[in-house]
Design a protein around this ligand. Sequence first.
Ligand code: PLP
Length: 393
Amino acid sequence: MELANRVKTLSPSATLAITAKANELKSKGYDVIGLGAGEPDFNTPDYILDGAADAMRNGFTKYTPSGGIPELKQAIADKFQRDNGLAYTSDEIIVTTGAKHALFTLFQVLLNKGDEVIVPAPYWVSYPEQIKLAEGKPVIINAEEKNSFKITPEQFEAAITPQTKAVIINSPNNPTGMVYSKDELHAIGDVCLKHGILIVSDEIYEQLIYTDDSHVSIAELSSSLKKQTVIINGVSKSHAMTGWRIGYAAGPTEVIKPMTNLASHSTSNPTSIAQYAALAAYRSSSDSNTEMRQIFVERLEIFYGLLNDIPGITCVKPKGAFYLFPNVYEAVKMNGFETVDDWVKALLEEEKVALVPGTGFGAYENVRLSYAVSTDTLKEASQRIKRFVKNHQ
Ligand code: PLP
């Protein structure tokens, strides 16, 4: 069958091959440690489950407005005011089927064939694919490890062409865990204002920052920047709700309105029950995500120390999210492998530890390890990695 050109070049998710192999080994009875997960290992808190159960019992099981129920939009607007000092009206917010679909819809609305979007690497795997699906062109710039995986304003400006429409800023970042400071965002924002470039600010890991620096949204910095930014966020990571599929976008109505129209012809609406669950999440004063954050901090400290102790592996200390993104290139060479992908494959086969190679994130010397697993698992994983590196010397 002749399929559409748009899917012919679509790359499968970077985690797919390694996850498939890990599952195959697990089904054969091997004790596989999976550090590939992109989701918190906690259950959704009870008060959120109650919100969903009440919604079901009260008959909120029908279609909702395409852009989300008014109460949830208001709760999201309240969250922006409270956490970011940003005032959005309901018309400037759309609730979507996860943050991923907010991004997908945004690129569909924004891009014409050949429009360029600047994507700093290491990047979240779906950005380039979603841009290509909208017939846009991802322009990758390297956020270098020596610069803590952050782009410089000079580098950014040098990548701008007359076709540049937008830039993606993802802070805290997946996969590196880096966080941009206010000053750094100011400098990037100035370049965007100078050239009239829209900022897609993916803030899905906003709640997961482990240093004293608090999260800064680039839209907070000035009213001109707010007008030129679309914020992407959601409850998946902040409230351990990955399976509920509730995300949102906030930005100028001229972008949000067509996004809502598009949603009305694609998803119709995000699941009604999940919207009520998200409403319970935002209305509550529960500190369950503070507890989750505290556990992540402890794990980060332990795992960061253990990994840096392995010969040939060095790691920039992340400030947020729940990933470490160490450079393993020296270990790969020392162990006699050609590429990081080969090293990762052998590590899984021999020591049964599943990591994600950096290749899918646009980084060829690194691997991503998630610490959304127990401390004991992290200790066992680092012992196995250490033994693997030693055995191949
Ligand atoms: N943006 C980034 C950087 C992510 O890491 C993810 C999920 O892994 C998403 C967006 C999508 O989140 P959601 O589960 O709400 O679709």
